[in-house]
Ligand binder design. Sequence first.
Ligand code: BTN
Length: 253
Amino acid sequence: MEDKVKIRWVDETDSTQDELRRRFPEHDNLSVTAAVFQTAGRGQRGNRWTSGRGLNLTFSMLLKFGEGGFPALEVSRQFEITKAATLGVVSYLEGKGVEPTIKWPNDIYVRDKKICGMLVENVLDGDKLSHSFVGIGLNMNQREFDPSLTNPVSLSKLTGEEYDLKPELETLASLLAESFRRFIGEGGTALTGDREYENRLYRKGRFHDYVSREDGKVFQGKIIGVSPEGKLLVVNRKGELNEFAFKEINFII
Ligand code: BTN
């Protein structure tokens, strides 16, 4: 079942994350702010997120916790937001006939190419979340990409189709809302989310090359899963298990 979500489109803004943050008290839980164009789109690790005007989906969804929103969520469980968000996008892309995987922690890949990036920004109230801004950039119709990007792809490049962004966002936002309700809503089943997320992990179960940020060395590792706090679990050739936090490991693709 799909949930209808309130979507506010703006023609141009700096970043939908900041647009939503400036006006979040007036928005309901699960509402979306989308932009035709962002002048200062933000990515992970302080990078910029660039997207051609009107070509792709760039939007942020508001999650509220407590009154009028989801049940209180401890900071220690914040990775569940990432899981629910990635699985919502995966479900949307599967509906379009492609086979997405989740490159830990929250990129969506099709084979070795990135189709979607996410920026989850949480606002805390003590040891609980007060609200979250889930920013999603999904490449839809863009055919040419900035050469500085290593491995981008769009849905259109994969399927040969052209997409009408507004109805596509309605479908995607409904799937995201459904996923959030399922995993972090009343009686949500984080355990199911764990399995579904892990089953979709990019490069799970096979040895590949990675770089450890600690010593800058390349090593061969096999992803076996993710810890409850969201650390990546990787076994090396000696059979030793290591846990990596975000920024502690780089994939070699
Ligand atoms: C990444 O892969 O680095 C994360 C990219 C997140 C981009 C989206 S686009 C909508 C929202 N607004 C932003 O400024 N960033 C996110």
